[in-house]
Design a protein around this ligand. Structure first.
Ligand SMILES: *Cc1c(COP(=O)(O)O)cnc(C)c1O
Length: 434
């Protein structure tokens, strides 16, 4: 197997393999750039969550796949098959899940700024739960639900004020966040009181999400304590007993060797221990627990393949290896300096004796996939480059900048491969033009 960032990566002769498949052959078969997704890995991760949930959390607990990590119809079919629920953050994600036949009673609708149209569409689509961000949204939802003569189940998004010590740009649980209603400002109390009094919403519990790519040892323990203390407060004050506590997503995955990694089952056992202990101390019942893993389900199920273009050497300065994709299919380095492990997939038997920046083909100097990677000096136009761990926040963040068509997504399952999304064509590019 060797020293790879995930156990689904390896080599066969000079070629890199992924999910047991020759990546150079897959690049030839489907063209590049190409997103690969290891379906077996996705199912393995979902199974880790469901197994741990059954073992450690009370009846009614459910892991929800955070759609935004990677959302398309086949993804929802796979998630449906694994028994997980979903979180959705837009009308578009709801429409996609709906088109895939996903049971939306197991969907939780997030977003800090749901439009009236989306609220209406979500209610009509029978989305099970709204995760309400703030008081204004709660009253807007209650009004629309009244018009439709329904009572909408809701969780309230609470800001516990926990800094998960992760990258500032992906940090959403602090008090000054654009998300949620804060405990310390009294707004969390206020929205709870309102939810209990409005007739067309039915309060089912509380939600929080402190950040993403979290490795910190006690982040979830501290979060659970703060949230459960708030729930105990609400019980004392309003007699409201929390049915569901959604502790959010955010488990980190390793992108490069120096990153940590999280054992999903063990971490959930620890969190459950803290929750049980805290509930006992506070004298409250343990609510059903929800979590919303996105990255930790799909990130290392993904790999992106490119064909190398020109290799540019600027003597005394830098080397560039350019590829036929870029920030259009992977904007994460441009957005927040994300690290990636990269290989020249067609030269795995050669020594990596050259340093280079792996760059895209967009008209933008920030179009860098990863700076300072090690590659064989023989790398040339026509070689295949592979970027690991691209299953989360790559396709879902892809754009048509420079009118570049988006790549295909090919699923790998039990030694077979099948397309889940076809490659965009120039026809697709002008499809919406009037
Ligand atoms: C982004 C997000 C998630 C998923 O986070 P991951 O880091 O991908 O696990 C879950 N819940 C909410 C509310 C989010 O914003």
């Amino acid at each position: 197997m060797g020293n790879y960032i995930c156990d689904n990566i390896g080599t066969a002769g000079a070629h890199l393999t992924f999910a047991g498949r020759d990546t150079v052959e897959l690049a030839e078969k489907y063209g590049t750039p190409l997103y690969l997704l290891d379906e077996d890995k996705i199912r393995e991760k979902c199974a880790a969550y469901t197994t741990a949930f059954r073992k450690y959390f009370p009846e009614g607990s459910l892991p929800l796949y955070a759609s935004k990590a990677n959302s398309f119809k086949q993804m929802y079919r796979i998630i449906k098959d694994t028994g997980l629920g979903i979180d959705v953050v837009s009308g578009g994600e709801i429409a996609t899940a709906r088109a895939a036949g996903f049971d939306l009673s197991k969907a939780y609708f997030h977003c800090n700024n749901k439009t009236d149209e989306e609220i209406s569409f979500a209610i009509d689509s029978k989305v099970g739960y709204f995760v309400v961000d703030h008081l204004g949204e709660l009253t807007a939802l209650d009004a629309i639900a009244r018009e439709k003569d329904v009572v909408q189940k809701v969780l309230l998004r609470i800001t516990p004020g926990i800094d998960p010590h992760t990258y500032e740009e992906v940090n959403t649980g602090k008090v000054d966040s654009k998300f949620g209603s804060a405990i310390v400002t009294g707004q969390a109390d206020e929205i709870t009181k309102a939810a209990l009094s409005l007739p067309h919403v039915s309060l089912k519990g509380f939600h929080c999400h402190v950040g993403s790519q979290v490795f910190g040892e006690d982040v979830y323990d501290r979060t659970a304590e703060v949230m459960l203390e708030f729930m105990a407060d609400m019980e004392k004050k309003y007699g409201y007993v929390t049915e569901q506590f959604d502790i959010g997503g955010g488990f980190g995955v390793p992108y490069v060797e120096s990153d940590g990694s999280i054992d999903i089952v063990q971490k959930i056992a620890e969190i459950a221990g803290t929750i049980n202990k805290t509930c006992e101390r506070l004298g409250i019942r343990v609510p059903a627990i929800l979590m919303e893993p996105g990255r930790s389900i799909v990130a290392d199920a993904g790999m992106t393949l490119y064909t190398c273009g020109f290799v540019k050497n600027i003597p005394g300065y830098k080397n560039y290896v350019s590829v036929d994709g870029g920030m259009t299919d992977n904007p994460r380095y441009a957005l927040y300096g994300s690290r990636y492990t990269c290989y020249i997939a067609s030269r795995m038997d050669e020594k990596c004796d050259m340093e280079a920046d792996l760059v895209g083909r967009c008209c933008e100097s920030g179009d860098i996939i990863q700076p300072g990677i090690r590659v064989p000096s023989g790398t040339q136009r026509g070689d295949i480059a592979a970027v690991c761990t691209t299953g989360a926040y790559n396709y879902s963040m892809a754009s048509n900048y420079n009118r570049i068509p988006r790549p295909a997504v090919v699923m790998l399952k039990a030694g077979e491969d099948y397309p889940a999304l076809r490659r965009e064509t120039y026809e697709d590019i002008v499809r919406l033009d009037i």
